[in-house]
Design a protein around this ligand. Structure first.
Ligand code: B12
Ligand code: SF4
Length: 451
């Protein structure tokens, strides 16, 4: 039996110990599959199959007989000729609400300590010339599903890659997808935006690149920021710094690039100081800037290091109200233990602490806390398009719905008379469960923390 993929590679020794006849594909599967078929036909020795781990013949004598694990050389990414997928399953994938994935490169430019990307090897990009026919073939399948968004998910670990022509290559790929009528998403490293080793000209080139990628269909790019604390980044071997990450987040947001950032808040080797520092980074309000479409790339690249520019354009959320809602033991939460919920007293104390912090730090948003209890649990009348009215939620009734009548065939007052939950209806909708800044001094009662 032949297995493959990152998980089996990570567990190669374990699998070979348990399943002595197994073959584990340790890299890209395409050359391995070709060779294994040749081997099954008797045309190739196992030792000549590219990119496998397997157990050799039993050796030793007496109590020490064992089969030594062996490995054959994998094919380097740069020597791969074929990384484009077969499309035989695409139609079925769409029918099962799946998405279209494609790789335009393999491997990564870095070796982060936590990343299992090893079996994908060193970064290598496929030549963009191979794309148009593949996109045309994918288009044919998309055309059979006209309601689907024409989006391609490029599952590259590092979309931009390395080399002097990296930005140009990325742009050719993006333009090619755009010309074929597709939008796309992918992932890459933050050092493709800001790199302290590079000069201003490089940063300007990248700024232009990001703007054009968005203009030619980039829907979202994922960046593994992972931390804003340099000592943590060093431990992760991210080869980035906290300051670099901050500048890159500012640049991307100001350029108007739709992003997704991943961040590791906690790791088991961190010190208390690092935990504090990482929280401080997350609380910074000078990282995200407003999209500054009216400014030039030069103004943005120069501006992100200028504190005045940053404070002028920071994206501070203009919230008018902070509303906290405590969970109630209902619906799917009915099976949870009572101690999974905080008590009204605890809720009251938390609210008081927030009120104190609000005045200490001069927070402007109003504070509200809804502490629901069985007494103030919200019930409602659900009216369907057919006019059928039901009380909700009624736990003992099918679908939690208790029929009350039909608003199209009788007066609503008749339906209201049959409604068993009038008290709770009022309790919720007339705000008896809501604590506000104004009533925070009132002691908690059992129906509501402080109404
Ligand atoms: C897209 C993706 C997802 C999508 C999958 C969508 C889908 N329907 O396919 C979603 C978002 C759902 C997802 C979820 C998760 N993912 Co994911 N995902 C990826 C990603 C970006 C691409 C996978 C892919 O399709 N690659 C393209 C194919 C062609 O490459 P490949 O799978 O590596 O296969 C090649 C070889 O490995 C080999 N091969 C593979 N199988 C076989 C079998 C045989 C017989 C042979 C011979 C060869 C072979 O040949 C293939 C062609 O060369 C990879 C990173 C990456 N770029 O590969 C992470 C990745 C696989 N995901 C990862 C993780 C951690 C997860 C989650 C656990 C995240 C989470 N915490 O929830 C979940 C797990 C979901 C699950 N149930 O398995 C890790 C796996 C880490 C590991 N192995 O230890 C990866 C490697 C990312 C990373 N660097 O951390 N993921
Ligand atoms: S940058 Fe991403 S893909 Fe590359 S080694 Fe680090 S975590 Fe893995």
């Amino acid at each position: 039996m032949l297995t493959g993929g990152s998980l089996t590679v990570r567990n190669e020794q374990l699998l070979l110990a348990q399943y002595p006849g197994l073959l584990v594909a340790r890299g890209a599967g395409e050359p391995t599959v070709v060779d294994v078929i040749a081997h099954f036909h008797g045309d190739l020795d196992l030792a000549d199959v590219r990119g496998i781990g397997y157990n050799g013949a039993a050796r030793g004598g007496g109590m020490t007989i064992r089969r030594a694990p062996r490995r054959t050389a994998t094919v380097a990414n740069r020597a791969q000729t074929d990384i484009l997928p077969e499309l035989d399953l695409l139609d079925r994938t769409f029918r099962h609400r799946g998405v279209a994935q494609l790789e335009t490169s393999r491997g990564c430019t870095n070796y982060c300590s936590f990343c299992p990307r090893g079996h994908k090897g060193i970064w290598s990009g496929a030549a963009p010339e191979g794309l148009p026919w593949m996109l045309a073939a994918m288009s044919e399948v998309f055309e059979r599903h006209p309601h689907l968004s024409r989006t391609l998910y490029l599952v590259d670990e590092e979309f931009i890659g390395r080399g002097d022509d990296a930005a140009q290559r990325a742009l050719v790929i993006s333009r090619t997808m755009h010309d074929a009528g597709f939008r796309w998403e992918s992932s890459c490293r933050i050092d493709q935006v800001v790199d302290p080793q590079r000069d201003r000209a490089w940063h300007l080139e990248r700024g232009y690149m990001w703007r054009e990628l968005v203009a030619t269909g980039l829907r979202r790019m994922l960046f593994g920021v992972e931390s804003g604390v340099t000592s943590i980044l060093e431990r992760f071997n991210k080869e980035t710094t906290g300051e670099q990450n901050a500048l890159a987040i500012r640049t991307l947001s100001a350029l108007g690039v739709p992003t997704r950032f991943t961040y590791i808040t906690f790791d088991h080797l961190m010190t208390l100081e690092e935990l504090r520092a990482t929280h401080d980074f997350q609380a910074r309000t000078d990282l995200l800037l407003r999209p500054l479409h009216h400014l030039s790339v030069e103004e943005i690249v120069d501006g992100v290091t200028d504190p005045r520019f940053v404070s002028e354009h920071s994206l501070v959320i203009g919230a008018g109200k902070l509303k906290l809602i405590l969970p109630l033991r209902k619906g799917n939460a009915l099976g949870l233990e009572a101690n999974e919920f905080i008590s009204l007293d605890e809720a009251g104390r938390t609210f008081d602490r927030l009120m104190e912090a609000r005045s200490t730090h001069d927070w402007r948003p109003a504070l509200r806390m809804t502490s629901w209890t069985p007494e103030t649990e919200g019930h409602m009348i659900l009216v369907e398009v057919t006019g059928k009215a039901s009380a909700w939620p009624v736990y003992e009734a099918p679908d939690l719905l208790e029929p009350l009548g039909n608003v199209l065939t009788e007066p609503v007052t008749e339906i209201w008379k049959r409604y068993r939950f009038k008290r709770n209806h009022f309790a919720k909708y007339l705000g008896q469960s809501i604590r506000t800044a104004a009533n925070a001094g009132t002691p908690a009662s059992d129906g509501h923390a402080r109404a």
